[in-house]
Design a protein around this ligand. Structure first.
Ligand code: FES
Length: 106
């Protein structure tokens, strides 16, 4: 994966999410309970608020405004009111840095 360095590993605690901007794209980077790192578009498809301000739960992130939970691996909303998925980006952690490729979903 040829992503860009987006965040230091120690800036992303387990069960939290951080918003970053990569080439004008707003990205939500989240770390799930198992330690895995995921990246999705940060803008909720329902009300255009930051998903990174929501809560990481299992392998999803819950929008803080109306509660739609988006699967961090597929981007699909698992509950209403959102019905459009968010984009998923390739994310990788190596040598203490998290890399995200906004041009790739793998
Ligand atoms: S703004 Fe995210 S669910 Fe409504």
């Amino acid at each position: 994966m040829s992503g860009k360095p987006a965040l230091k590993s120690d800036e992303l605690a387990v069960g939290t999410a951080v918003r970053v901007v990569i080439d004008d794209v707003e990205v939500c980077i989240a770390r799930t309970e198992d330690g895995a790192v995921h990246a999705v578009n940060d803008v909720c498809t329902h009300g255009e608020v930051s998903l990174a301000e929501g809560e990481v739960s299992g392998c999803s992130i819950e929008c803080w405004l109306h509660g739609s939970a988006f699967d961090l691996t597929t981007g699909e909303p698992q509950s209403p009111p959102a019905f459009e998925p968010v984009a998923v980006y390739a994310a990788e952690e190596r040598d203490g840095t998290i890399f995200v490729d906004i041009n790739s979903t793998h």
